[in-house]
Design a protein around this ligand. Structure first.
Ligand code: CTP
Ligand code: MG
Length: 360
């Protein structure tokens, strides 16, 4: 038995606010997703499309492209009339359902073969009321597409009524054909309102820079939260961890919370000698409290000494732990300043960082 699928994409999308089937979803228009799903299905032989008259164009892979009508049923009828006589089974599918799977298509094709007509449906999960009457949820089904049956049955049914249906197999009841309901898929959503489209996450980026001179007195050196023994330390109010300060500033910058000095002023005695991991934990918590998630942090340390890359894994781990993310979201790079300028003369260490965050 030869199968022809019809993609209905001639609607105006009034509830959506524009012609939703022509919107780009990823790399291609909404209608093209289901068109490709049917075209690549081993049991579907041909796929035709119904567009609004002004959108009709030639599509090389399509069996036909025809103009639809003012109602969905008129569009379905226009598609039906374009199906070749050698196609025994016709499947109607909403072009506004781009996430249809091969499994659902297979179940409807099998239902058509075995019962003469079939439609995808899913159980209703919400309680439904009609006026004051609560309907029995267990007896209700939410109808999806594809819906299909024999081409000759559809032609007979369409010829015998002017009544309007939004359901394709419902019309077959007029000629006494009852469709089998097969398992649809909750993911096979019909895009009706803008909220039916996946929302793109909001993305932000922050940048941080810091520089500290080496201390004259005997202080420990901390870089990225890690202690470097037997190396002169950096001067500063806190532990002077220049790398973490750049990372904290990048995070605060991304979320719009100023810089490290706003939150931990170097005039405040409580931050004297403080470990900068505390500052980083604060910045990471502020980000998650505001509903954001850290995507990645990339930092560069500029120093003639020490050799930090030997301990890069430890540093990435420490930063990741403070931020409560996986270490593969943290990247560390190091460079010397080629003996140029103050850093090149070994007078201090600088660091830069960028951080990306996202919110759904
Ligand atoms: N459809 C069609 N021809 C019409 C009306 C609808 O081909 N005259 C198609 C739509 O393009 C859609 C599917 O039928 O793929 C389901 O219809 P619906 O969700 O109601 O889409 P629209 O009619 O475009 O939307 P609205 O009712 O909000 O205007
Ligand atoms: Mg409509």
């Amino acid at each position: 038995m030869s199968v022809c699928a019809i993609i209905l994409a001639a609607g105006k999308g009034e509830r959506f606010g524009q012609k939703k089937t022509h919107l780009l979803l990823g790399q291609k228009p909404v209608w093209r997703h289901s068109f490709d799903a049917f075209l690549s299905h081993p049991e579907v032989d041909r796929v035709g499309v119904v567009f609004s008259p002004e959108d009709v164009v030639t599509i090389p892979e399509a069996a036909f492209v025809v103009a639809g009508g003012a109602s969905r049923q008129e569009s379905a009828k226009a598609g039906l009339n374009a199906v070749g006589e050698d196609n025994d089974i016709v499947l109607f599918h909403d072009g506004a359902r781009p996430w249809v799977s091969h499994e659902v298509i297979s179940r409807v094709v099998q239902g058509c073969r075995e019962h003469g007509a079939a439609a995808a449906a899913i159980p209703v999960t919400d309680t439904i009321r009609q006026g004051n009457v609560l309907l029995n949820r267990n007896e209700l089904s939410a109808m999806q597409t594809p819906q299909g049956g024999r081409r000759t049955d559809f032609i007979r049914a369409y010829a015998s009524t002017e009544e309007n249906f939004t359901d394709d197999v419902a019309i077959l009841a007029i000629i006494g054909v009852t469709a089998q309901l097969v398992e649809g898929d909750p993911k096979n959503v019909k895009i009706t309102n803008p909220s039916d489209l996946p929302q793109l996450p909001e993305l932000r980026t922050g940048f941080g820079y810091d520089i500290h001179p080496f201390a004259k007195d005997d202080r420990p050196l901390y870089l990225g939260g890690v202690h470097f023994e037997n190396h002169p330390g950096l001067d500063g109010h806190s532990d002077a961890d220049v790398l973490l300060h750049a990372v904290v500033d990048a995070l605060l910058g991304a979320v719009g919370l100023g810089d490290i000095g706003v939150h931990f002023p170097n005039t405040d005695i409580q931050w004297k000698q403080a470990r900068s991991t505390t500052f980083l934990e604060f910045a990471a918590k502020s980000i998650s409290d505001l509903g954001w998630r850290i995507l990645n942090i990339d930092a560069t340390l500029v120093a003639e000494t020490p050799k930090v890359m030997a301990r890069a894994a430890e540093i990435r781990h420490t930063i990741a732990q403070c931020c409560k993310v996986e270490p593969d979201r943290i990247n560390l790079k190091a460079t010397t300043n080629e003996r140029l300028g103050s850093i090149g003369r070994g007078e201090g260490i600088a660091a830069m960082a960028v951080a990306s965050i996202s919110r759904q």
